[in-house]
Design a protein around this ligand. Structure first.
Ligand code: F0G
Length: 459
């Protein structure tokens, strides 16, 4: 008999989590203004809000924490991290920052100006936020298949080369500071970008003389999918695939809170010493001196270790199989999800779950609130709330995809937890016809509103 798959780690420390009652949750969600970000963690049983900074560090990462060098300048921890980044990504210059959006802030301060266009594959909301904040425009060039959750496509994070080339051809070069490729593409469902597509985008970038940025938050999960789904890469090591991916880019931003399995941290890496010098100025201003940039020495040590753990094939297989397991169980219950299942999360298609629901009452947010009430499970809305208003017309934007993301922290939950989540959502699916009214906004911020929005029932 073939041996069953089992996790490539064992558990050394546990954290208690408490199950609450539906009555308790009804009070808590009202007090939280129907915004799941406002809940206290103790009010949540299984927390699938994000995979960002929520992973469990290994014993080796914790050992690194104990030997962190907290010198203001020139700390050995900085050099450990520099060596790890160069070894894994091939980039010779790097700046530490406190997390991914800080990397965007520093790099875009150098590169993005008013009136610019930044084409890419479904920019993540902070990436888009940092572009729009500078009065520039993020142009989504993702393939059309990404926006149909029923279409099976192995690389739904891919850029459509025709859409991209049109942007590059129709606009002056000095209006396009770079192209951004987000691997995996969070917004389209944690969907990977193929090596072939990275190569194509890179050659288009070269043809038009535009640099290529990789938003690398989930680069290792992307490499795993390339290995699984792109025949040419079947027997190759994750390290080799990762090196090749980065070889096509000019610079990268990294939220280390994802694939590097740390609780805080990020970095920018590049090849060009002049860009490094320019970005250093902003890094010092916004983040900290160039050899710590918003991170402590101990955090840089844990990150240096985490980068290697994140590209370990056994770990990645354990990780992705758990996400697939949740997707499979939800499918068993008939719950509509983005297929194939992505790397870090299962994305539930709220429009197909609640087809007759009024979109202006925030379908996915309503479903996310239902899931919390049903089982104390916290997912996150990736839909109209997160899409913000159009910066010019100030009207609500209703994006193609209206999803509840069930994001799985790394090395944290068991498959029994996944089973619990699937049953909770399955129960709601069985009574979906009873969910008719949603939510309305009471208060919202001008940008990135979903974090702080206050809502109330629309009835
Ligand atoms: N890029 C991508 C693709 C991301 O998913 C994120 C964060 C960032 C950049 C920004 O990084 O959070 O470290 O500042 N995504 C988190 C999420 C918040 O829940 O998907 P950050």
């Amino acid at each position: 008999m073939e041996l069953p798959f089992a996790e490539s780690y064992k558990i050394k420390m546990v954290e208690h989590i408490r199950r609450s009652t539906r009555e308790e949750r009804e009070v808590w969600i009202r007090d939280a203004r129907f915004n799941l970000f406002n809940l206290r963690s103790g009010q949540v049983f299984i927390d699938l809000l994000t995979d960002s900074g929520t992973g469990a560090m290994s014993d080796k990462q914790w050992a690194g924490m104990m030997t962190g060098d907290e010198s203001y300048a020139g700390a050995s921890s900085y050099y450990h991290l520099k060596d790890a980044i160069r070894d894994i990504t091939g980039f010779g210059y790097f700046l530490p920052v406190h997390q991914g959006r800080a990397a965007e802030n520093v790099l875009f301060s150098v590169l993005v100006k008013e009136g610019d266009l930044v084409p890419g594959n479904a920019h993540f909301d902070t990436t888009k936020g940092h572009i729009e904040f500078r009065k520039a425009v993020a142009v989504d060039c993702t393939i059309g298949e990404a926006y149909d959750t029923t279409v099976e496509h192995p690389f739904k994070g891919n850029v459509d080369p025709e859409k991209l080339e049109k942007v590059l051809k129709d606009n002056p070069k000095d209006k396009i500071p770079f192209i951004v490729l987000t691997v995996t593409c969070n917004t389209s469902g944690g969907q990977p970008v193929s090596m072939e597509n990275i190569r194509t985008v890179s050659s288009l970038a070269g043809k038009y003389g535009i640099p290529l940025l990789i938003d690398a938050a989930r680069f290792a999960e992307n490499a795993y999918f390339i290995r699984q789904r792109e025949p040419e890469y079947a027997g190759r090591s994750i390290r080799e695939i990762v090196s090749e991916m980065f070889s096509y880019a000019d610079f990268m931003t990294m939220s280390s809170k994802k694939d590097a399995i740390v609780n805080i941290g990020g970095f920018i890496a590049m090849r060009d010493p002049e860009l490094f010098r320019q970005a250093s100025v902003y890094n010092i201003m916004f983040e900290g001196y160039i050899t710590y940039g918003g991170m402590s020495g101990r955090d840089m040590n844990a990150l240096a270790v985490g980068l290697y753990e994140g590209v370990d094939l056994d770990y990645l297989e354990t990780r992705i199989r758990q996400v697939e397991y949740l997707g499979r169980r939800l499918t068993d219950f008939g719950v509509p999800i983005q297929v194939p299942v992505g790397g870090h999360a299962v994305f539930v298609d709220a429009k197909r779950f609640l087809p007759d629901f009024p979109r202006e009452e925030f379908t996915a947010q309503t479903l996310a609130v239902e899931l919390y009430l049903e089982g104390g499970v916290r997912g996150v809305e990736i839909g109209a709330l997160m899409a913000d208003r159009d910066p010019v017309t100030r009207l609500n934007r209703f994006p193609e995809l209206e999803m509840v993301r069930l994001t799985i922290p790394r090395r944290v939950y068991s498959n029994n937890h996944m089973e619990y989540v699937a049953v909770a959502l399955g129960n709601i699916y069985d009574r979906r016809h009873t969910i008719r009214r949603g939510l309305k906004i009471v208060h919202e911020a001008p940008i990135l509103r979903h974090f702080t929005v206050e809502l109330e029932p629309a009835v």
